[in-house]
Design a protein around this ligand. Structure first.
Ligand SMILES: *Cc1c(COP(=O)(O)O)cnc(C)c1O
Length: 362
C-alpha cells in the first residue's frame, strides 16, 4: 500500500487530489502561513485571502496560457449551473445556439438551453450510446448562431473530442469539467471554457469559467444578479463570498502542476497512463472497450466483460483489493476507471495487475 494506507480511488468525481497537495493543505490547516487561522475561517476580504485568489488566478493563467482578453472567474453552482448561465448570457443576438450532443452532460446542457432560445442539436452520437464523437465543421453551424456548444470530455461514456471544431467567428463554448488541465490546449480557439473543479482540480464547490471579454455584459436586465457573468468579472469573483477553501486548494493544485513542469508534463503522464490501460484492455480476452479508438478519453476509461454479473464481481473484488469506485455510471453499467491528473501511474499499474489476475482466475 502507498503511504497513509490510501486506496486508489477511480471515482469519476469527486476524485483524487495529489498527495503533495493534501499534505500542504494538512500542514496549513490550523495556521495558514503564520496567519494564526485556517483558510476556512479567513475573511475573504482579508489581504491574506486576496493573495490566495490572485495567485490561483495568475497560476491558472500561466498554466493554460490564458490571454489578457479573457476573464477567469471562480463561481459556485457546480458544472450544472453553467448549463443555465451559458445560454442566459450568450444568447445575445439571434437567440440561436447549436449543440453537439456527445453524452449525458451535453444532453442536459442542451435541454436546459432550450428554456432560453432557439437551440438545435447539430450532431449527436446518442443512437450509438455515445461511443464516438461526431466531426463537425463550420458548414454544420447556423451562420447566425450566437454560439456553438461542445463537451470536450464525456465523463460517463469515456470519449473525448480529439479535435477543436472550426466555427469561424461564432464563439465555441466548451464544458471541460472532466478534462481541464489534462492536456495542452489553445484557449484562443474558445469563447468560453468552463469546468466544475471536483474532477480534475479541487474539492467540489468551485467552478472555473474562462470567458472572452466581449462575451461578458449581455445578460438580459431581468437576469438574476448572480447569474450575470459581468457581476463576477467586475468584482474579481468576490461579488459575494466565494467558495474560499475550494479556491485555495485549486491554487495549491496549480502550484503543484507548475512544479512538475506544467500541462505539457501532465499530458505526457496522462497519455502514458491511459495508453497502458487501453493496451492491456485491447489484448485482453476478457475485457473490452466499447469506445471508438480515435475518440477514447485519457481521463475516463470505460470497459466491460460482456457479462453484467461478472462486471459486478470484478468491481466488488477490486474494491477489496483497494481499487475503489470502478463501477460504470449507473446509466450504462460495466466498469469505468477515472484516471484524472492526480491518479498516480502506480494506481493504473495496480489496476492492470488486478485485471490480469481476475482474467487468469476466471
Ligand atoms: C460532472 C460533470 C458535470 C456536472 O457537474 P456538477 O458540478 O455535478 O454540476 C457537467 N459536465 C461534465 C462533463 C461533468 O463531467
Amino acid at each position: 500500500m502507498n503511504s497513509y494506507d490510501r486506496i486508489y480511488n477511480f471515482s469519476a468525481g469527486p476524485s483524487m487530489l495529489p498527495l503533495e497537495v493534501l499534505e500542504t493543505v494538512q500542514a496549513d490547516l490550523l495556521n495558514y502561513k503564520g496567519s494564526g487561522q485556517s483558510v476556512m475561517e479567513m475573511s475573504h476580504r482579508s489581504k491574506e485571502y486576496q493573495r490566495i485568489i490572485d495567485e490561483a488566478e495568475a497560476d491558472l493563467r500561466e498554466l493554460m496560457n490564458i490571454p489578457d482578453n479573457y476573464k477567469v472567474l471562480f463561481l459556485q453552482g457546480g458544472g450544472t449551473l453553467q448549463f443555465s448561465m451559458v445560454p442566459l448570457n450568450l444568447l445575445r443576438n439571434s437567440k440561436k445556439a447549436d449543440y453537439v450532443v456527445t453524452g449525458t452532460w451535453a444532453k442536459k446542457a442542451y435541454k436546459e438551453a432550450t428554456k432560453f432560445g432557439d437551440i438545435r442539436v447539430i450532431a449527436s452520437s446518442e443512437a450509438d450510446t455515445f461511443t464516438w464523437v461526431p466531426k463537425i465543421t463550420a458548414d454544420d453551424v447556423r451562420p447566425d448562431a450566437d454560439y456553438v456548444y461542445i463537451t470536450t470530455n464525456n465523463t460517463i461514456y469515456g470519449t473525448k473530442f480529439n479535435y477543436v471544431p472550426e466555427t469561424g467567428d461564432i464563439p465555441l463554448v466548451a464544458d471541460m469539467s472532466s478534462n481541464i488541465l489534462s492536456e495542452e490546449l489553445d484557449v484562443t480557439k474558445f469563447g468560453v471554457i468552463w469546468a466544475g473543479a471536483q474532477k480534475n482540480v479541487a474539492p467540489a464547490g468551485v467552478t472555473i469559467v474562462i470567458i472572452r471579454e466581449d462575451l461578458i455584459g449581455h445578460a438580459p436586465a431581468e437576469a438574476p444578479t448572480y447569474l450575470d457573468y459581468k457581476i463576477h468579472a467586475d468584482n474579481g469573483s468576490m461579488y459575494n463570498t466565494p467558495p474560499a477553501f475550494a479556491i485555495y486548494v485549486a491554487g495549491e493544485v496549480f502550484k503543484y502542476l507548475k512544479s512538475i513542469g506544467g500541462i505539457k508534463e501532465m499530458e505526457r503522464r496522462n497519455v502514458e497512463k491511459a495508453q497502458m490501460l487501453y493496451d492491456y484492455i485491447d489484448q485482453s480476452r476478457l475485457f473490452s472497450c466499447p469506445v471508438a479508438k480515435e475518440d477514447r478519453s485519457i481521463m475516463n476509461v470505460v470497459f466491460v466483460t460482456g457479462d453484467a454479473d461478472l462486471d459486478k464481481k470484478f468491481v466488488a473484488e477490486a474494491k477489496e483489493a483497494g481499487l475503489v469506485n470502478l463501477a460504470g455510471h449507473r446509466s450504462i453499467g460495466g466498469m469505468r476507471a477515472s484516471i484524472y491528473n492526480a491518479m498516480p501511474k502506480e494506481g493504473v499499474e495496480a489496476l492492470i495487475e488486478f485485471m490480469k489476475k481476475f482474467e487468469e482466475n476466471k
